[in-house]
Design a protein around this ligand. Structure first.
Ligand code: ADP
Ligand code: MG
Length: 323
């Protein structure tokens, strides 16, 4: 809340406001992923000099000015953080086993990443969450609206209706509380988080879904030369998502593919896209694997406070259920 208010009161500076940055340099910087002042404020002078084709002295001046103008954030005392964490809630998955794996469900104020190969059930799970979040709190819901950023055109209202009916909810009412936006490329996708922040002032949004988090980034930034830029943008995107989760006490659920070709940093044949940037920004990482028939294995990986573990779920007509 505090951060959102601050932002409104403050003049928004752009790259062009910085000393020695004309439109040509600004464009170069934006192309390199330095799209706002905070990214420049934390850049290294050498990287910046290389990318913008300027001297290191000039780069240092830009960075110093960016530090002055950027909204770098502020310190919070422990009691404020404690108050916020006390409001943290859990969203049910509709499977008791799955909920237990997560210590009660998906946590608000966090990012939960679902990764797995094509057809593993990631989109099914986020559809289920979009319904569940509308349940009353005593039924494991958060009594809230949903924002669904759809990058692969796989949102299906018919599927929502099936899942809603199975839980005794009115499908039409449920669909009215799901705000869906297609994102046509990675920049559009990032912009939609700003829009989501606006929408959350109007509706009690308690769940933000990005399905898929990484597909556009992966398709657009191919080859070694663009990796750094892709990672930088993904990092910023995930920070925006986390900020959304904090400010709205919302659950953020994102999906991610695994690559059969090794992505950066990992040599594992089934490694999630986005390397350590996605890994470090997701509070909970779930690896979904196909099993026999409609069974899926869900594995919790690297959680800060929960033991690693595995459960089996079923994908049925009604939605996600215990076997
Ligand atoms: P991902 O998003 O990981 O690529 P999906 O979530 O799209 O995978 O999962 C697709 C799978 O979900 C299908 O192969 C099927 O097994 C299951 N599924 C989809 N719709 C239904 C349904 N109406 N009833 C039962 N199972 C379904
Ligand atoms: Mg999918």
């Amino acid at each position: 809340m505090i951060m959102a208010k601050k932002k409104e009161e403050k003049k928004e500076y752009t790259l062009e406001d910085l000393p020695g940055v004309g439109s040509a340099t600004a464009e170069k910087l934006r192309d390199a992923g330095y799209t706002d002042l905070i990214e420049l404020a934390v850049a290294s002078p050498k990287d910046l000099a290389d990318i913008a084709g300027i001297g290191e002295g000039a780069a240092q001046k830009i960075i110093a000015a960016a530090r002055k103008y950027a909204n770098v954030g502020q310190f919070e005392t422990g009691d404020v953080i404690y108050e916020r964490r006390k409001k943290m809630t859990k969203l049910t998955t509709a499977s008791k086993n799955f909920d237990e794996l997560l210590g009660g469900g998906l946590e608000s104020q966090s990012i939960t990443e679902l990764f797995g190969e094509f057809g593993s059930g990631k989109t099914q799970i986020v559809h289920q969450l979009a319904v569940n979040v509308q349940l009353p709190v005593d039924k494991g819901g958060l009594d809230g609206h949903v924002i669904f950023i759809d990058t692969e055109n796989t949102f299906r209202p018919e599927r929502i209706a099936q899942m809603a009916e199975a839980l005794g909810l009115n499908p039409e009412e449920v669909l009215k509380k799901i705000h869906v936006a297609r994102a046509f490329n990675s920049h559009h996708q990032m912009l939609m988080v700003d829009k989501a922040m606006e929408l959350a002032k109007e509706y009690p949004v308690r769940l933000l879904i990005v399905d898929s988090l990484t597909a556009h980034f992966r398709a657009e930034y191919v080859g070694r030369g663009s990796l750094a830029e892709r990672q930088q943008l993904l990092n910023r995107h995930m920070h925006d998502l986390l900020r959304f989760a904090d400010i709205n006490n919302a659950v953020v659920a994102v999906t991610n593919q695994v690559s059969s070709k090794p992505d950066m940093f990992y040599g594992d044949p089934t490694t999630p896209i986005g390397g350590n940037i996605v890994a470090h920004n997701a509070t909970y990482r779930l690896y979904i694997r196909k099993s026999r028939g409609n069974k899926r294995i869900v594995r919790l990986i690297d959680s800060p406070a929960l033991p690693d573990g595995e459960v089996v779920i079923n994908i049925t007509t009604e939605g996600i259920r215990d076997p």
